[in-house]
Design a protein around this ligand. Structure first.
Ligand code: CP
Ligand code: NVA
Length: 302
C-alpha cells in the first residue's frame, strides 16, 4: 500500500526514528561522495502553488543524487490553474510518475490529492503543516543533543504551520514543547487538545521568556506566512515582543541552539546578531532538508 506524508501523524515513532537514522547515514555518504542511487528510473512531480527556495532545491537535488528525476510544476503552470480538478490531476500524475510533492494553501488540497493518487504524496508545506521541515529539524537537533526526551524545545511567535508540525512531532516523541504565541495567533486547537488528552508535555503560553527559560532549542519563524502578506503590517505590531534576540537567548541554556526554517525577516522575528551568531544552527538546518528528504524519498518511492 502506498504511504503519504501529509502530517507527521502519518508516521509512527519507529518510522521517524528509522528515517532520522537513515538521513544521518545518507549525509555521511554524501560527504564522502558516495551517494547511493536507489531511485534510478523513478520520477518525482512537484506541484508548487507558493514560492520556495529550500524545499524545491532540496527535493530536486535529492532526487538527482538518488539517481532519479524530478519535474517542477510552477505556481499557475498546470491545468489546475484552469480548474482541472485536483482528483483528476492525481489520477493522471499517478500514471506518469512515482511520487508527488505538493506545496499549496489549503491542507485539504493536499489531502484530496493524496486520496486520489495511487502514488505517495508528500506535503511540501500547506497553510497548516510543514512536516518535512520539522522532521529534518529533528535531525539537526540530534546533531547537537543525544537524548531528545531530555530537551525543552521552545517555539516563539506565530502559531502557524511550523508550530502545528512541532506539536505533531511532540505528540510522537518525548521532548517538552513550550510555545509562546500572542492571543489570536495560537496553533491548531484540536492538536493541542489531543496533546492534553495524551498527557504530552506541550505548553501554550503568551510569554516568550517563559518558553525560552532553560530551553535547549529555540525556534521561530516569520510573523506573516506566505498568503498572509495583507496582514503583515498588523502582525508586525502584535508580534514585536516575540522577537528572538540576544536578550531572550540569554535566558536559554548556554548550549542552546536557535532554529529558523528560513526565509527569515531579519530584525523582525529574529535579529541578525542571533541568526548569524554562534548559537544559530539555521544553516545546518537548511542543509539537513536535503539529507532527511532523501531518506524519505528512498523509503516512499524506493
Ligand atoms: N523552509 C522552507 O520551506 O523554505 P522554502 O520556502 O524556501 O522552501
Ligand atoms: N510559516 C512559513 C514557513 C516558510 C517555510 C510560511 O508558511 O510562509
Amino acid at each position: 500500500m502506498k504511504r503519504d506524508l501529509l502530517t507527521i501523524l502519518d508516521l509512527t515513532r519507529g518510522e521517524i526514528e528509522a528515517l532520522l537514522a537513515r538521513a544521518r547515514e545518507l549525509k555521511a555518504l554524501h560527504q564522502k561522495g558516495q551517494d547511493p542511487t536507489p531511485l534510478k528510473g523513478k520520477t518525482l512531480a512537484m506541484i508548487f502553488d507558493k514560492p520556495s527556495t529550500r524545499t524545491r532545491v532540496s527535493f530536486e537535488a535529492g532526487m538527482a543524487q538518488l539517481g532519479g528525476a524530478s519535474i517542477y510544476l510552477a505556481p499557475g503552470q498546470t491545468q489546475l490553474a484552469r480548474n482541472e480538478p485536483v482528483a483528476d490531476t492525481a489520477r493522471v500524475l499517478s500514471r506518469y510518475v512515482d511520487g508527488v510533492v505538493i506545496r499549496t494553501f489549503a491542507h485539504a488540497t493536499a489531502e484530496e490529492l493524496a486520496r486520489h493518487a495511487s502514488i505517495p504524496v508528500i506535503n511540501g508545506l500547506t497553510d497548516s503543516h510543514h512536516p518535512c521541515q520539522v522532521l529534518s529539524d529533528l535531525m539537526t537537533i540530534q546533531e547537537h543533543f543525544q537524548d531528545l526526551s531530555a530537551l525543552k524545545v521552545a517555539w516563539v511567535g506565530d502559531g502557524n504551520n511550523m508550530a502545528n508540525s512541532w506539536i505533531t512531532a511532540a505528540l510522537h516523541l518525548d521532548f517538552a514543547l513550550y510555545l509562546a504565541c500572542p492571543e489570536g495567533y495560537e496553533p491548531d486547537a484540536a492538536l493541542l487538545k489531543q496533546a492534553q488528552q495524551l498527557g504530552r508535555r506541550i505548553h501554550l503560553g503568551r510569554n516568550p521568556r517563559e518558553a525560552v527559560q532553560d530551553a535547549q532549542v529555540i525556534n521561530t519563524d516569520v510573523w506573516a506566512s506566505m498568503g498572509q502578506e495583507a496582514e503583515a503590517a498588523a502582525r508586525k505590531k502584535v508580534f514585536q515582543p516575540y522577537q528572538v534576540n540576544a536578550a531572550l537567548l540569554q535566558l536559554a541554556r548556554p548550549e542552546a541552539i536557535v532554529l529558523h526554517c528560513l526565509p527569515a525577516h531579519r530584525e523582525e522575528e529574529i535579529t541578525s546578531e542571533v541568526l548569524d551568531g554562534p548559537q544559530s544552527a539555521a544553516w545546518d538546518q537548511a542543509e539537513n532538508r536535503l539529507h532527511f528528504q532523501k531518506a524519505l524519498l528512498e523509503w516512499l518511492l524506493g
